[in-house]
Structure formats: C-alpha cells, structure tokens
Design a protein around this ligand. Structure first.
Ligand code: GDP
Length: 300
C-alpha cells in the first residue's frame, strides 16, 4: 500500500476537518485558531507541538498579511513537513562486511511479527538472503506465527522450543546465518511489558551474544509502535526506548487510525527516527518513512 491509500483515514478524519474549518470560517480570528488547535490535538499531534505550530501560523499571518483562512493550508502543510523532516535518512544500517543483524523490540500486539515478515519480504525482493530468529520464546504462539510469516516470505526461521532461552536461539541463529551465507538476520524478541526488568536483562543477554559473534551487531534495534494507540505509543517509546539501545522506530497500523498526527508528536518528542511505517496487514504494506510523501498524501 502506498502512503496515499494507507493514510485515507487520517486524510478524512483530520485533514478534511482542517480544510473544512478554513473554508467555513474564512476569517482568521481567535475562534479560528482555537478550533484549529482542537482538531490538531484531536489528531494526536501533541499539545506542545500544536502550540508551537499555531504560534508560527500566527506569525506568518501577520507577516504576510493573510486574511483568508484558505491561504493557510499550504503554510500548515509546509510547517508540518519541516517538523517531520529531521535528518530524513531512513535507510536501515547495514553491515558492509558481513551479516546485518536487525533486532525487533516492542510490546505484544503492536505488529512486531507482521513487520518482521514484511521486512523479510522486502529484503528478499531485493535479492538478499534472509534468516529469521524466533526470539520470542515467551508468548504462546509467537514462534508458530513467525513461521507462518517465514513461509509467506520464503525465508527460514531458526527456533527452539517455547520457553527456551532467547539468547540461545540467537546464538543458533547467528551460527546458521554464518553457515548459510545469510546477509540479513532479523530477530524477534519477547514483548511483555510486565516484568520489565526481566525483559531488559533478557535483551542485554541477547545483545551480548550477538555482539560477541558478530562485532558491530546489532546494526539496528527497531522498536515497533502501534499508531492506533496514539499518545500511549509515545509513552511506551519513552519508557521502553531509552534503555534498550533502540536505533529507530516502526509505526504500524497507520492505515487504521484517523490520528496520523501521532507521527509528528513522535518526531518532536523523541530523539529517534521513524524508519518504517505499516500501512496495512499484507506483506507489501510496509514503507520507508518519507516526510514529504507523508504530508503530500495527507494534504493533496
Ligand atoms: P505482535 O504481537 O506485535 O507480533 O503483533 P502482530 O504482528 O501479531 O500483529 C497484531 C495485529 O496487528 C495483527 O492482526 C496484524 O495483522 C495487525 N497489523 C500489524 N501491522 C499492521 C498494519 O500496518 N496495519 C494494519 N491495519 N494492521 C496491522
């Protein structure tokens, strides 16, 4: 799915509200700004960001002596694009000298397994040799679910039995990757949030094993967040992301929310790039995040 189709709900849910407001009110007065703030906050853009954004709009209105609200639309989309831009390098880090290791973290249900399957498919399409590691040995069904995605993508999965040590699975996976000439090893990890300190220890152990076997690995630690949970996703990222060496974010289910503004809030409040976005449940519905495409899909 492309951005345009994937962001249909957000376009109808909040961007059209903005357009309606601009057409309906015409006059740019205090009530106009208040309504605009409400819509943007309602779309999960984040209160602080909305305040800054609206202040900047006020400045532009004065500077350019804008009288008709409709003229604000291109200015608003430009401002949003500026907020989202960051360094905009969303390419995933790769290991130039051998196996690239990508570790996935995230709470259960956010779409971690699905994203791993989609990413495996992407690399496969690029002609890369890919292997998956079933590191979530805790959640019932997690291993089987990863195997289903492995089959769909045509990629092998290294696993042990449920309840086994995830670090041991990683060790096996790295050995297999070396033997089989694998280029990209994608690792699942457990996503339970309760027992947080255990989870951190488990991750630290996984890191140690991977680093020992492949210097410089993991090359990416991607945290998966569910866009439909809005500000909750942001809170999760703050809580979880700081200590686990996260290098980038994946925002899933953007197709399922009318509050696409969460991307802006995340970009503003976290010092982490959104590298990939999920735009649907199918294998092809994963895209590298592109701020320009994102804003265009919303506003045009
Ligand atoms: P996990 O527990 O984090 O591994 O989550 P899953 O990968 O099992 O996904 C949970 C649910 O979210 C499944 O029903 C997926 O089909 C769905 N899902 C995952 N990513 C997306 C997405 O980008 N868009 C939509 N609409 N659904 C998604």
């Amino acid at each position: 799915k492309q951005f345009r189709e994937g962001l249909e709900k957000s376009r109808r849910g909040f961007v059209e509200k903005v357009s309606d407001l601009m057409i309906r009110r015409k006059k740019i007065d205090e009530e106009f700004y208040e309504e605009l703030e409400e819509i943007l906050i309602g779309a999960d853009v984040g209160v602080n960001t909305v305040m800054t954004l609206v202040d900047e709009l006020r400045t532009e209105v004065k500077k350019q002596r804008i009288e008709n609200a409709a003229e604000l639309q291109p200015i608003l989309s430009r401002k949003l694009m500026e907020l989202l831009r960051g360094d905009d390098d969303v390419r995933l880090n790769e290991n130039p000298d051998g196996i690239t290791v990508i570790l996935f973290v995230g709470v259960n249900g956010v779409g971690k397994t699905t994203t791993i399957g989609k990413l495996a498919h992407r690399y496969k399409q690029e002609g890369k040799k890919v292997l998956l590691a079933a590191g979530d040995t805790f959640r019932a069904g997690a291993i089987e679910q990863l195997e289903v995605w492995g089959q769909r993508a045509g990629v092998d999965v290294i696993k042990q039995s449920a309840g086994s040590d995830p670090a041991a699975v990683m060790y096996d996976a790295v050995q297999a990757a070396k033997q089989r000439g694998v280029e990209v090893l994608i690792c699942d990890t457990a996503g339970r949030l309760q027992n947080k300190s255990n989870l951190m220890e488990e991750l630290a152990k996984i890191f140690r094993v991977i680093q020992r076997e492949i210097p410089g690995a993991p090359h990416e630690v991607l945290m998966v967040l569910d866009a439909t949970t809005g500000q909750n996703a942001l809170a999760q990222a703050k809580l979880f992301g700081e200590k686990s060496g996260v290098t980038g974010l994946v925002l899933t289910k953007l197709d399922g929310t009318a509050k696409g503004g969460i991307v802006v809030a995340i970009r503003q409040e976290l010092n982490l790039p959104v590298k990939l976005v999920g735009l649907g449940e199918k294998m092809e519905d994963l895209q590298p995040f592109d701020s320009e495409q994102f804003v265009h899909a919303l506003f045009s």
